[in-house]
Ligand binder design. Structure first.
Ligand SMILES: Nc1ncnc2c1ncn2[C@@H]1O[C@H](COP(=O)(O)OP(=O)(O)OP(=O)(O)O)[C@@H](O)[C@H]1O
Length: 433
């Protein structure tokens, strides 16, 4: 049922749900929009409403061809900015017509290096603008990269800017904390340092590695083990990659934040690698998961218009549920259904250093997913564990882990119903303007 959001917008139907709220397909004075409505319990927190109001200009001012634009921020009337009608906090965003990168990757298993580099170069150029404005995303991952398929060629856009930070900031007098997804979490966050721009580079290049290989460099198993690997392990090489791309990956996954490239440099270096990547097929690393298992729900509207490797997505059609991954954030239960979540302890210093109490792990051949990797099993391919980590000073202490959910909804995001493309070529905005 349609509902009014503020005085100018109407929300028509749910596009998807996340841990912080629900995204609706809406209508405003200038046409269709996406409206992210924060969970009621979050919106009822006056501190949070105040923080959103305070960041209003920063959130609205971020404009870039690879960033999902925020057109309006609605907060309760007592705060600065346009008023949400029922005390709600809502972000009115540009509507992106197409799937998110997780959906695309799940379907394709691995992307050709040129396609992966184009996606990541575009997102890096968006990050460069945000970082120059002093904004760190803090939650870069495939779920937060949307692929706009409304034009001739898909364009990657980063969304959810600043939301993780705003939701996560301490209440007055409270402890500082961070929320993140262990697979993409930079080691300095695990160690309790404040997240700076370099954490976005680490997360984005983790995404690049995942697009190329089908698995994240340090993922798999218990979230605490993932965090420990982020701090202690070196990234395993991916056979078959051109040297310049591999060097760039290594540099951006450096444990020391200062050793990583800046966002603008990452974008330009990736563009420079293009000639070496042209025509390379996706890496052949072997994959235990069957094609059927990794395909998105047949008839998934999120996938309309994105044909991948010449396949006809319409041919995949029969209704099946889409999934939504939901990390645990502070506060009451999210809008989404939760399969399970758990309480955990982040490894202490000894474990982080791989000491006597560290998690024992079998050696692994380079380029192969870990046993128990979320990308290595059928169940795991559908499951993503996430984590809300609270840190106090340099001590890494107690925490709450979130788990992946499968939403039963059939309302995918923003597909435009066009016929499938015969070939997928990602557009880098630098090429067109
Ligand atoms: N601007 C947009 N246009 C179209 N669809 C969108 C837009 N923003 C988000 N969506 C869709 O809405 C769904 C929920 O998004 P949301 O950002 O709330 O959650 P998430 O990023 O999947 O998870 P979380 O926020 O918990 O990490 C996603 O599936 C996404 O595809």
């Amino acid at each position: 049922m349609a509902r009014n959001i503020g005085s100018h917008y109407t929300a028509h139907r749910v596009l998807g749900r996340g841990s912080a709220g629900t995204v609706w397909l809406g209508e405003g004075p200038e046409g269709p929009v996406a409206i992210k409505l924060l969970r009621e319990d979050l919106a009822a927190d006056p501190d949070l409403a105040e923080r959103f109001a305070h960041e209003r200009h920063a959130l609205l001012g971020l404009e870039h061809p690879h960033i999902v634009g925020v057109r309006e921020l609605l907060v309760p009337e007592s705060q600065e900015g346009a008023a949400g009608e029922n005390g709600e906090i809502a972000l009115v965003m540009d509507l992106v017509r197409g799937p998110d990168l997780r959906t695309h990757l799940t379907r394709e298993r691995r992307l050709a290096p040129a396609e992966a580099a184009t996606i990541v170069a575009g997102v890096a150029s968006g990050l460069a603008v945000a970082h120059a404005a002093g904004i760190v995303h803090r939650d870069v991952k495939p779920e937060n990269i949307l692929l706009d398929t409304s034009g001739e060629q898909p364009v990657a856009l980063l969304t959810d800017f600043g939301v993780a930070k705003l939701i996560d900031e301490p209440r007055h007098g409270g402890r500082s904390g961070v929320v993140g997804t262990p697979d993409y979490m930079a080691p300095e966050i695990v160690e309790g340092l404040p997240p700076r721009a370099a954490v976005d580079i680490y997360a984005l290049v983790t995404v690049l590695y995942e697009l190329l290989s089908g698995f994240t460099p340090f993922g798999g198993g218990h979230p605490g083990a993932v965090l420990r690997r982020q701090v202690t392990e070196q990234v395993a090489p991916l056979p078959g990659l051109p040297d310049e791309l591999w060097e760039l990956i290594q540099q951006c996954l450096a444990k020391a934040p200062a050793s990583r490239l800046r966002a603008a440099e990452l974008a330009s270096r990736l563009r420079e690698t293009r000639p070496a990547l042209a025509g390379l097929p996706p890496l052949d690393l072997g994959d235990p998961a069957s094609d059927e298992e990794r395909r998105p729900a047949s008839g998934d509207p999120e996938y309309a218009g994105y044909g991948g490797h010449g396949e006809n997505t319409a041919a995949l059609a029969t209704a099946a549920p889409t999934r939504a991954a939901v990390p645990l954030v502070r506060g009451a239960a999210p809008d989404s259904e939760r399969v399970t979540h758990t309480r955990m302890r982040v490894p202490d210093a000894d474990e982080l250093a791989g000491g006597a109490h560290g998690t024992a792990r079998a050696p692994r051949a380079p380029g192969q997913p870990r046993a128990g990797s979320a990308r290595n099993t059928t169940a795991g391919a559908r499951r993503r564990r996430r984590l809300a980590v609270t840190v106090a000073g340099a001590a890494v202490l107690a925490v709450v882990a979130g788990w992946l959910l499968f939403s039963g909804g059939d309302e995918g995001g923003g597909g435009d119903g066009r016929g499938p493309a015969t070939e997928v070529t990602l557009v880098d905005a630098a090429d067109v303007g």
